[in-house]
Design a protein around this ligand. Structure first.
Ligand SMILES: Nc1ncnc2c1ncn2[C@@H]1O[C@H](COP(=O)(O)OP(=O)(O)OP(=O)(O)O)[C@@H](O)[C@H]1O
Length: 530
């Protein structure tokens, strides 16, 4: 909270005259992100999505996703759950556009065929391990993101306003001068989100956003995602075994088992839906754990029954209508009455929730008096709107490139290639200045190589007979200067061995081979001369 000295009209006149200190308490967190670029809301749908991979030389392909369908709506926080190896990451990668080959089926945005290059521009994918630059402060990282993603015509003050607003909203303002490597796990996650929020993507994918976070930070993280969703974005994340409290914070659940959809619908409808198929979730049990157990086959083989019940994702258990044909006659009649009332109110969006609250059925279709799946309380009060544009803009986001150009849409990237190059170059120079180990190593390497070359080629310039040595000298210098930047990987190898072994083995090996080739090719020049 901030304390500000502004006129307080509530003070009595006598106090005002006597010069009493006037205080107004205002919340330090802005409730909305008003300075972000406007974006259209996007509903994502996929139908009969099949993904195959060929393994080795085997002619038969492995089918990872089997004709799954589904719909992911704006303003909703959707969880993709399932046992390990069910295909969650694969589905997320396909939906986000990371995987584009060996895919059958269709993916649409707001009912139109997806334009992949535009979709990539309008979406963000936040990986499980935060891809942050360790040697930048929070503010610098945000400035680089703003300079790359926002138009270069935007004045600096406006960009700073966007940055401040995002940092304030995500609670990172106090850490703006902290190096990203020193942030806590939760703060790193928030910074990853903040960096993506700069250009306000209407669709955001998260691969296990809560991994490595404690329960309280998990809650804050999911709460933040829910805020983003409430602002009109489509938020999709894969999640492993959330607690009951976290589970209830999700609006929609999409569950996979063995590459097929076993549930799609609101989290509140999950228990009643399973119950109609004879799968009773014990009242003390976490519904998220129960659905995973069922998907794993711990309670018998029910996958087929579930896939058929949900039509492999074509059915969406969120409205009463979706549920009707799965209940006995008595409950159906009751449900119809509810449906009519609710549809009359034009309140289709909330039918699912109302149904869950009003009509809770057990496996026999008997109405229960208590709600056994209402654990979390709705506590989201802040929303971060994306300023849903008018219909025309929603459509323009989905048009193919040529049509967009014809429609006088601004350039495909917010900044020019040259501007991007300049921003990245400045960032790299900053890295180099901050990374002293590498600076010293590089300096040391230059001095050492300078002495070595000096000794080898000493006084060759004055001898006309040593033309080849001169050529070798120039060739070596050119190669050395060109590839010095690459030596960082080799020189820092002993320092970062564990990480490099894992991540950079192939790169290091090819570089080493290349250097060996250079050294060998350089020797004959001098040998033949001497
Ligand atoms: N390129 C590939 N080649 C062969 N098999 C693959 C390939 N990609 C994925 N798979 C297999 O597809 C299945 C689904 O993988 P995916 O990573 O999507 O699972 P997941 O549900 O995300 O699992 P986890 O929760 O353990 O991360 C796994 O059995 C995996 O081995």
């Amino acid at each position: 909270m901030e304390v500000d000295t502004v006129t307080n009209n509530l003070l009595p006149d006598s106090d005002r005259k006597s010069g009493a200190v006037k205080l107004q308490i205002v919340p330090s967190q802005p409730k909305t992100l008003s300075h972000l670029p406007h974006r259209p809301a996007v509903d994502l749908a996929f139908e009969n999505l099949t993904y195959r991979v060929k393994e080795g030389r085997k002619s038969n392909a492995k089918v990872i996703l089997k004709e799954v369908s589904g719909r992911l709506r704006s303003k909703e926080l959707t969880a993709i759950m399932g046992p390990s190896g069910a295909g969650k990451s694969t589905l997320l990668n396909i939906l986000s556009g990371y995987k584009t080959t060996n895919i059958e089926g269709s993916i649409t945005m707001n009912g139109k065929e997806r334009n992949l290059s535009l979709f990539r521009k309008y979406s963000a994918y936040i990986m499980q391990d935060n891809q942050l630059h360790a040697n930048l402060t929070v503010e610098e990282a945000m400035t680089v993101a703003a300079n790359l993603k926002l138009s270069s015509k935007k004045p600096k003050t406006e960009k700073n306003l966007v940055i401040r607003e995002i940092l304030d909203t995500l609670g990172l303002q106090d850490h703006s001068s902290t190096m990203t490597r020193n942030l806590s796990g939760g703060q790193k996650k928030r910074l990853s989100i903040a960096l993506e929020l700069v250009n306000n993507p209407p669709v955001m994918f998260f691969d296990e956003p809560t991994s490595g976070l404690d329960s309280s930070t998990c809650f804050q993280c999911i709460n933040l995602l829910k805020m983003l969703a409430r602002g009109g974005r489509t938020i999709i994340c894969t999640i492993h075994q959330p607690s009951a409290r976290l589970f209830e914070m999700f609006d929609q659940l999409y569950t996979l088992a063995d590459g097929q959809c076993v549930y799609q619908g609101s989290t509140k409808q999950l228990v009643p839906f399973l119950s109609t198929l004879g799968l009773e979730c014990p009242s003390y049990h976490n519904p998220a754990s129960y659905v995973i157990e069922v998907s794993c086959g711990e309670h018998g083989d029910h996958t087929r029954k579930l896939v058929t019940g949900i039509l492999n994702g074509k059915r969406d258990i969120r409205t009463e209508l979706d549920f009707i044909d799965r209940k006995n006659d008595a409950s159906s009649a009751l449900a119809k009455v509810h449906t009519k009332k609710l549809v009359d109110k034009n309140d289709v969006q909330n039918v699912g929730d109302k149904f869950a609250d009003n009509l809770n059925l057990n496996g026999n279709g008997v109405i229960k008096t208590t709600i056994n799946n209402d654990i979390a309380k709705e506590n989201t009060t802040v929303s971060i709107p994306i300023d849903i544009d008018k219909e025309l803009d929603v459509n323009s986001a989905l048009l193919p490139d040529e049509m967009l150009e014809a429609a006088e849409t601004p350039a495909r990237y917010a900044t020019s290639m040259f501007h991007q190059f300049w921003v990245v170059l400045k960032r790299t120079l900053l890295f180099s200045r901050r990374d002293w180990t590498l600076m010293y190593l590089r300096l040391f390497a230059h001095v050492m190589v300078g002495f070595l070359i000096g000794a080898l080629y000493y006084d060759i310039g004055n001898d006309g007979a040593k033309v080849l040595s001169n050529l070798g000298f120039l060739f070596f210098n050119m190669l050395f200067l060109m590839y010095t930047s690459m030596t960082i990987t080799i020189l820092s190898f002993p320092l970062e061995m564990p990480v490099l072994l894992k991540e950079n083995f192939n790169r290091w090996y090819s570089l080493r081979s290349y250097y060996m080739a250079i050294t060998i090719s350089d020797i004959p020049f001098q040998v033949s001369e001497s």
